[in-house]
Design a protein around this ligand. Sequence first.
Ligand SMILES: *Cc1c(COP(=O)(O)O)cnc(C)c1O
Length: 832
Amino acid sequence: MASKKSDPKKTAPAPDAPEHTRTGMSPEILKAAFIDNLTLAVGRPLETAVPEDWYQAIALSVRDRIMQRWVRQFEKRNAPDVRQVAYLSAEFLPGPHLGNSLLNLGITDNAREALAGQDLDLYIGLEEEPGLGNGGLGRLAACYLDSLATLRYPATGYGIRYEFGIFDQAIKDGWQVETTDKWLLPGNVWEIKRPNFAQVVKIGGHTETFTDQHGAFRVRWIPDRVVVGVPYDTPIVGYLSDSCVLLRLWSAEAAQSFDFADFNRGDYYGAVEEKVFSENISKVLYPNDEQLEGKRLRLEQQYFFVACSIKDMIRLCLRRGSTLERFHEMFCVQLNDTHPAIAVAELMRQLVDKYAMPWERAWDITRRTFSYTNHTLLPEALEKWPLPLFGSVLPRHLEIVYEINRRFLDEVRTRFPGDEDKIARLSIIDESGEKYVRMANLAMVGSHTVNGVAELHSELVKTQLFPDFHDLDPKRFQNVTNGVTPRRFLGLSNPGLTRLIDGCIGDSWLSDLDRLRELEAFAGDAGFQQDWMRIKLENKSRLARIIRDRTGVVVDPTSLFDIQVKRIHEYKRQHLNVLHIITLYQRLKHDPRLQITPRTFLFGGKAAPGYYMAKLIIKLINAVADTVNQDPAVRDLIKVVFLPDYNVKHAQNIYPAADLSEQISTAGKEASGTGNMKLSLNGALTIGTLDGANVEIREEVGAENFFLFGLTCEQAARLRADGYNPGDYCHGDPELRGVIELIDSGLFSHGDRELFRPLTAHLLERDDYLLMADYRPYVNCQQQVGHAYRDCQHWTRMSILNVARMGKFSSDRAVREYAANIWKLKPFTPDP
Ligand SMILES: *Cc1c(COP(=O)(O)O)cnc(C)c1O
């Protein structure tokens, strides 16, 4: 591989002496650092070091260089006029750090040279992934940290240091099997524990009123128990920016590991139990995506990290010599969905109860502090807590929520007198049956801005989800279309394509993604197309080897790689994809000489462990794979693969190998999607519905370079309103009927005719996600895809244009929009 160290843009500015010898970036100094860390930190003689030791030594050396940048930025960050953003998120899905940090520091090639023939990629591949998120939402938070650092914004990501992240998925007999994710077992070199910034958090109990020494009426919260939140810091370095942001994750510890009072009374086991009980709070990530979990522990997790984070901000605010009157000038706080929405009540509690601020003043500060990102319209994902549960975990917050609500609804009443229905819809408390606290309403009332995550979604937030809030204050609503970091998802994942692009238009596009448009000029260039196709084929061959090693299935790298990787959910319609596969299978069975475009169908994704239908869909995919892959009648024209344990690490191998990106959710259900962006950025063409960011991707790449099918969101709504009968579609389409009958015949289930009946019965009787209505347009559109793929030149041209026109979907653009329109945040000026 060509060394880029001579290119000044690829290497961050060299630090000044004397640090230079310790944290320099040249191959020579890196080599010395690796060996130093191997000996002094890992404690291994060179001769006996195993790859895991080398990984640790290299990672520690990289961390040293990040830390140095972090520390050097200290004064800038703490200057009195600096406002910073706190990004509150219950999930972060950063992916392995080493490869990305090397890339961002600009020292990948130097590190390779320093290792003189040792396999850097092997070491990079050894890193455990911090699976502290379920999917898109956590991954978005990680992309935003990368962009915040790259663009030099002062920022902290606050979240939870789950001891066990998202479960590891294995497939046994076609079914998903979950095992615990023990990501911390090998140790985590990227984090630094900060016990001196620990915070104490109260939980449960009751409140009391009292009169303070100034004669003022006050409330005090007497908790049942307290836990300690200890922060672990991971600095995230920006791309060639010399700037860092902090990921600060809270871990729960018992207030006193050994309660000597109990111990002396002889209650040793009581003390141990208390420790175990407290530490449960950050034990495990709830594995639900787009589905709420109404468990006490989940509410405790949310409150735990929010309380720690708000107290941390207050500490920083006061340490910098400011008063809490200026809290909102020091911090803007972004709520990543409603998971941290309790922050609204917590900041009020701190200001009013602890710092004795008058309610009106505290409320003004609170409203100026928070903004809220909505991520879903699915009713089953909108968080609400049963009132008794909420009150028993957070008795004081319940009182505060009532007071916020009372004042808010009084305001509403003066504007809409007598409209009690409207008031009931706006209320933070749902009183229609069993009473609930609606977290989205709390986030809305307590924020100055709310945004959706794609243009279509933001419109639906206004018209479907919060029409009453929109009537009240339309100015509060904004859109920020999601983005992804091109560093990890092109620069790091697809080095072949990165080199080709660099050679063509230079390398500035990685921090200025709009420059990819310069590739348009080469879209018709035969030589460039050849290179483009060669790289895609190399990426597909690499993925084919991974597929063979991990599943035993042999796939043809020259076949069309048709890829659907994302959480398994009915609204994402993996089963619509399966219906198409069975359609092709059926056609080949009926006409053994039929010529179709050879395809490899690849699926990946986890199902929530309690989501029965999603797990049945996984079983169906694997059952169809078993039958189709072994049937000689198919003549290897179709291969179906379910790649287990889809995560960021695997995603990085999958995206670069995709020809076709499946984005086939029921219109109106996918808020944005980001997998769609990552795949298109790697040269996949999209087959998709007009949903989420697909709409904008199609606008950008051009309708002629996008395979569109299916009902629009308005058509879907009308169809449902007019009385949707899925059975009619099935009975009116013999091919579709044949597919359903084939599933019901037991062909894919060793004769078991009942196994998939819950799925087929749901499709015929309810079909909430309109698969039957979209089946024929989808299958026809797939036929166009197969046809188009045969024209290699034209396909390649479309692929190049897709990449060239993806500039909008950089997370840099999204973060700039948040900073300019919502946070009113200025970046640091670069060092001279
Ligand atoms: C990008 C990403 C997602 C989100 O995918 P969607 O297709 O937008 O749902 C989920 N999981 C991982 C590991 C990702 O990298």
